[in-house]
Design a protein around this ligand. Structure first.
Ligand SMILES: Cc1cc2nc3c(=O)[nH]c(=O)nc-3n(C[C@H](O)[C@H](O)[C@H](O)COP(=O)(O)O)c2cc1C
Length: 265
């Protein structure tokens, strides 16, 4: 076969494609486990960030194991399950909120009238995370998700032991635009959250992520967080998801259980 013949050109092109696809598939298969493990560690890191426990110089897995206690709760009732009562197929290491929300056995649709976070489906069981000091609750870290502009944002928000003030927020997955809605990952923006009051004295959610900057002199400043500039729609999404998940339709029943002393160490 001559070097410039059509047959040889096609043969070389096909052979090159086959060799390349073999190596790409090999890389995808062999890196799959590593990617899953990195995803798990990133999720743990964000649990710690939201809980105000993240220290980049310390191994995240070790901090998580020492300080964080996962609890499976039933969202509708706020009831905490004992590990021996966990439904078949639900384990902390393999639990995926996205899959659970749409699972015919473990998820349920959200009534459109109540769906302010635009999530459509939610899991019936969800893992929340307690941080204990001895037998005293220090903070509780709660998974949250809701729609922004381009995507559903998945993250965590944590409350202090008064169950009224925010300790932190962090997102581990979203598809918002870097530099606009993607600024939800900006450490300076996340630093605005700790200490904000989520509830008023009557227990209503009052936290508001506003358009623009909070006036520090305003009496409402303790209930408000600056919005993301140029990203009003993502800002509204974060506002809505906080209000949904901390409200009666979200973790309201579970927070009641905790207030009645029903947590576990
Ligand atoms: C390419 C592109 C990407 C954008 N990404 C986002 C985004 O991730 N989140 C968001 O809220 N707005 C985003 N916007 C802007 C929205 O379309 C809208 O203008 C904005 O939310 C209004 O916010 P503002 O009132 O603060 O300007 C994007 C706009 C463009 C052109």
């Amino acid at each position: 076969m001559q070097n410039d013949s059509i047959k040889k050109t096609i043969f070389v092109a096909v052979a090159l494609c086959l060799v390349c696809s073999f190596f790409v598939s090999l890389a995808a298969v062999s890196l799959d486990e590593i990617q899953k493990e990195n995803k798990r560690l990133d999720m743990i890191k964000n649990i710690l960030v939201a809980g105000g426990l993240y220290d980049p110089s310390v191994d995240v897995q070790a901090v998580y194991e020492n300080k964080v206690v996962p609890l499976l709760i039933q969202l509708d009732t706020g009831q905490i399950l004992n590990p021996e009562d966990y439904p078949e197929g639900i384990r902390v290491g393999t639990y995926e909120i996205k899959k659970m929300a749409v699972d015919p056995a473990f998820g349920r649709p959200v009534d459109p009238g109540e769906d302010i976070a635009n999530i459509r489906n939610r899991p019936q069981y969800i893992f929340v995370y307690q941080v204990m000091e001895g037998d005293k609750l220090q903070r509780v870290i709660l998974p949250i998700y809701g729609y922004g502009l381009w995507s559903t944002l998945y993250g965590f928000v944590s409350l202090g032991n008064d169950l009224k003030s925010i300790r932190g927020i962090a997102f581990y997955e979203h598809g918002e635009t870097p530099g606009l809605g993607g600024e939800v990952d900006n450490a300076r923006w996340k630093a605005l959250w700790p200490g904000k009051r989520a509830f008023d004295d009557a227990g209503n959610v009052v936290l508001s992520v506003i358009k623009g900057q909070v006036d520090p002199k305003s009496a409402k400043a303790q209930y408000q967080v600056d919005g993301l500039s140029g990203a009003t729609i993502t800002t509204r999404g974060v506002h809505n998801m906080i209000n949904y998940w901390l409200g009666e339709e979200g973790y309201g029943p579970f927070l009641k259980t905790l207030k009645q002393g029903g947590g576990r160490g």
